[in-house]
Design a protein around this ligand. Structure first.
Ligand code: AMP
Ligand code: MG
Length: 342
């Protein structure tokens, strides 16, 4: 399949959106920018179209997709009922990087939810995603636009690398503002539960809802035989080819450890202002605040492979700061939970 790449902005007219919208209505898959990461979109009401997403990504069939809508009004038809909590959350966080999991309506094909009785829905704030949903006139099921297992794409070039020849159209809307996937919040339980952390933080959710639990799978590997509340949590994720090792401790100890362990192909990922004393090449991945780290994390992980890195030691974000939950969750999975204390 030939893949076209089209630059698209919020300022473009309907004619610039027409091709992508027509492909979506015709049951094809289109890669689109969102504020979190790039997504691989198809008409959520069309089971055959959604199947093509799984094929393009090589995604396991039991890992459900998030449905993207353009406004809160579009939520009700996808669900079996909208609780007051969802309304309060939407008023505060939509459009934005919060996904709500609610009991599904019969209109959603099983392939979207991997047979679950719930559906995950989000309203993206990215103006191109929002316009595309409106122009297509249907809700869009969209997982991240990477090959399954690879770091999520935060730039069009990442999508092109993974999806060239697999989808007819990739929309280039520039780099993603957030850089990590949305917060996934289960509302179909007695106490709302975060299944996947994102940049809508647990404290922000508690500010609206009061009690909010955090699923065990967020910071720990699933116990053997345990069932994942969010099927995505059980898969190896976000992994570059290079081996990632998180090193927890202060900067001086980090440098001593890395320099002693360094061999051919060793890299480091450090915070802004660091790098001094390191005997290996390094990348900067933020200021040790969660927004700057999340914006660069996946881009840096992908760059490691381009640079031929074989192993990378990464400075550990503060583990007792709950705002860091999303970056810690992604980094732990990229590192297959390898953490060294120095
Ligand atoms: P991605 O589309 O790659 O951002 O991944 C979507 C995430 O949302 C995965 O971790 C899924 O397991 C999770 N998810 C989607 N639908 C549901 C659902 N109905 N119940 C629980 N988790 C879900
Ligand atoms: Mg994904």
């Amino acid at each position: 399949m030939k893949t076209d790449v089209q630059k698209l902005t919020a300022a473009d007219g309907p004619e610039q959106y027409a091709r992508a919208a027509a492909l979506l209505r015709a049951g094809e898959v289109v890669a689109m920018p969102t504020e979190t990461v790039y997504g691989l979109a198809a008409n959520a009401y069309d089971g055959a179209a959604v199947k093509k997403i799984f094929e393009a990504k090589g995604r396991p069939q039991d890992n459900p997709l998030i449905v993207h809508i353009a406004s809160f009004d579009e939520l009700a038809p996808l669900t079996a009922g909208v609780p007051a909590a969802a309304e309060r959350l939407a008023a505060r966080f939509w459009p934005g990087p919060l996904t709500m999991v609610l009991p599904k309506s019969d209109k959603i094909p099983d392939v979207v939810t991997a047979g679950l009785s719930t559906v995950a829905v989000r309203c993206p704030s990215h103006p191109v995603a929002n316009r595309l949903i409106r122009e297509a006139g249907v809700p869009l099921a969209a997982p991240s636009a990477n090959l399954s297992g690879k770091p999520s794409p935060t730039r069009a070039e990442h999508v092109i690398r993974d999806m060239n020849g697999r989808v007819p159209l990739i929309l280039d809307g520039g780099p993603c503002e957030e850089g990590v996937e949305s917060t996934v919040l289960l509302l179909a339980s007695d106490v709302p539960r975060v299944l996947r952390p994102g940049n809508v933080t647990v404290d922000q959710l508690r500010g609206v809802l009061g009690r909010v639990d955090v699923d065990d799978a967020v910071l720990h590997p699933l116990a053997n035989g345990a069932e994942a509340a969010s099927p995505g949590m059980k898969y190896k994720h976000y992994s570059p080819d290079a081996e990632i090792i998180i090193v927890r401790g202060d900067y001086r100890d980090f440098v001593a450890y890395v320099n002693a362990a360094a061999c051919d192909g060793t890299w480091a990922m450090v915070f802004e202002g660091e790098g001094e004393g390191l005997a290996v090449p390094y990348m900067i991945w933020g200021n040790d605040d969660y927004r700057s780290m999340s914006r660069r994390l996946f881009d840096d992980l992908r760059s490691l492979d381009e640079k031929g890195a074989r192993r990378c030691f990464v400075r550990c974000p503060e583990t007792d700061n709950s705002d860091n939950l999303a970056v810690l969750n992604r980094l732990l999975r990229a590192a297959a939970f390898r953490v060294v204390d120095v």
